[in-house]
Ligand binder design. Structure first.
Ligand SMILES: Cc1cc2nc3c(=O)[nH]c(=O)nc-3n(C[C@H](O)[C@H](O)[C@H](O)COP(=O)(O)OP(=O)(O)OC[C@H]3O[C@@H](n4cnc5c(N)ncnc54)[C@H](O)[C@@H]3O)c2cc1C
Ligand code: FES
Length: 331
C-alpha cells in the first residue's frame, strides 16, 4: 500500500495495492472529480507531482501521449508504485454520499425485462446504502476491469438490483447472461456516481432513458416516490428503444405509472412503423412535450453516448441551467 498526498493541502490517504487512486480517494471521503470509472471520460485526470503510477487499463480511451508528457494520469485507472503527491481540483459535487466499498455478492435472481435487458438481484455480504441513480463496478474473476452498472432499486439493504443490457460479444454481459448461475458469487464495488436524485430540489422531474440507461431512471423514480416527492410535482419518464422487442415488461411500466397521479410514462420507438407507439428519437419526443417548460424541471438521463450527446445539445439550446442536469457518462 502507498501513501497519496494531495498537493497544496495537509490531506493524505492510503491506496491499497488492488485499488486505484480515484477509488481510494473517494473511500477516504475526498471529492475527486470523475464520472465513468472505466478510463473512458477523462474527468478523473490528475497531475502527478511526485512518485510513479501505472494504469490498470493500459489502453484507456481517455488517455494519450499529451497526458504522458504532462505527467497527467486517470485517477480511476492509476495504481501507485510508490508514495505519491497528486494535484487535482476538488469539487463538492463529487463528495461521496456513501463510502464506496468492495463486497462479495451472491446472485439470487435474474428476471427478463426486454428481449436483451434483465434485472439481476445480488445479495451483498452486508447491507449498504446508495443514492437513487448511483452505480457500482461489477468484477468477475478472469475478466480484466470492472464494468459499471447502475442500481435499479433503493439502497440501504443487502440486496442490490441492476438492469443490464446484453452486449453482443461483451465479456461481462456474456458472463452475466450465459454463464453465471443462481448462487454464484461475484465482487461489487460501490456506490459511485454523482448523477443521483436531488431530494431537496422543488422542481418537476424529467427522466430520459435509452436502452441500458433504464436502471438508474427506475431507481430515481422509485426513490422520489419513497421520499414522498411525487405529490404535487410532475414526473415525465421517457424510455427510448428501437422496436417493440425493446419495450420493458408491463409489470415494470405499470409499477412506475402507478407511483403517482402526476407520473407520465412514454415509450418511444425509433424503428417501429406500426403506429401503436410514439415514433422517433426519445430526446426529440421529450423536447416536443417539455421543451417550453424545461426550466421548471430537473433533467436526469442515461443511455447510449449518441443519445446523451443529443440531450446535452438540446439542454444547451434551451438554456437549461447546468445545475438542473444530472448524468454519468455511459460507455
Ligand atoms: C457509469 C456507467 C453506468 C452504466 N450503467 C449501466 C446499466 O445500468 N446497465 C447496462 O446495461 N449498462 C450500463 N453501463 C454500460 C456497461 O458498463 C458496459 O459497458 C456494458 O455492459 C458492456 O460490458 P461488456 O463487458 O459486456 O462488453 P465489453 O465489450 O467486453 O466491454 C465494453 C466496455 O467495458 C469497459 N472496459 C473494457 N475493458 C476494460 C478494462 N480493462 N478495464 C475497465 N473497463 C473496461 C469499457 O468501458 C468498454 O466500453 C454503464 C456504464 C457506465 C460507464
Ligand atoms: S476516465 Fe476516469 S472517471 Fe472516466
Amino acid at each position: 500500500m502507498h501513501k497519496i498526498k494531495i498537493a497544496g493541502s495537509d490531506d493524505e490517504f492510503i491506496c491499497m495495492p488492488d485499488d486505484t487512486i480515484l477509488r481510494a480517494a473517494l473511500r477516504a471521503g475526498h471529492a475527486m472529480p470523475y464520472s465513468c470509472n472505466v478510463g473512458s471520460c477523462g474527468n478523473c485526470r490528475f497531475e502527478l507531482a511526485e512518485g510513479t503510477v501505472h494504469h490498470a487499463r493500459e489502453d484507456s480511451p481517455a488517455w494519450g501521449e499529451r497526458d504522458l508528457k504532462r505527467n497527467r494520469w486517470l485517477g480511476c485507472q492509476a495504481r501507485p508504485e510508490t508514495d505519491c503527491v497528486i494535484k487535482f481540483r476538488s469539487d463538492a459535487k463529487y463528495q461521496p454520499p456513501f463510502v464506496p466499498s468492495r463486497q462479495s455478492a451472491k446472485l439470487v435472481s435474474k428476471q427478463s425485462i426486454t428481449h436483451d435487458i434483465a434485472e439481476f438481484t445480488f445479495t451483498l455480504a452486508a447491507p449498504a446504502g446508495f443514492r437513487p441513480g448511483q452505480y457500482a463496478l461489477v468484477e468477475i474473476d478472469g475478466i480484466d476491469g470492472g464494468r459499471a452498472y447502475s442500481m435499479s432499486n433503493l439502497g440501504g439493504t443487502d440486496q442490490w438490483q441492476f438492469q443490464i443490457k446484453k452486449v453482443p460479444g461483451g465479456a461481462v454481459t456474456s458472463h452475466l447472461f450465459d454463464a453465471i448461475e443462481i448462487g454464484d458469487t461475484i465482487t461489487i464495488d460501490g456506490p459511485y456516481g454523482s448523477a443521483y436524485l436531488q431530494e431537496n430540489s422543488p422542481r418537476n422531474l424529467l427522466l430520459i432513458a435509452g436502452g441500458s440507461g433504464l436502471s438508474p431512471m427506475v431507481s430515481i423514480i422509485r426513490g422520489a416516490a419513497a421520499a414522498g416527492l411525487l405529490d404535487g410535482r410532475q414526473v415525465n419518464f421517457f424510455y427510448g428503444g428501437r422496436n417493440q422487442d425493446d419495450i420493458p415488461a408491463s409489470a415494470l411500466i405499470d409499477e412506475i405509472t402507478g407511483l403517482g397521479t402526476n407520473v407520465d410514462v412514454q415509450i418511444v420507438l425509433s424503428e417501429d412503423a406500426s403506429g401503436t407507439y410514439q415514433g422517433g428519437f426519445v430526446h426529440d419526443v421529450a423536447w416536443a412535450k417539455i421543451g417550453d417548460s424545461i426550466s421548471d424541471y430537473d433533467l436526469y438521463f442515461a443511455g447510449p453516448a449518441v443519445m446523451a450527446a443529443a440531450i446535452q445539445k438540446r439542454a444547451y439550446e434551451t438554456e437549461l441551467a447546468q445545475d438542473q442536469m444530472f448524468f454519468d457518462e455511459f460507455y
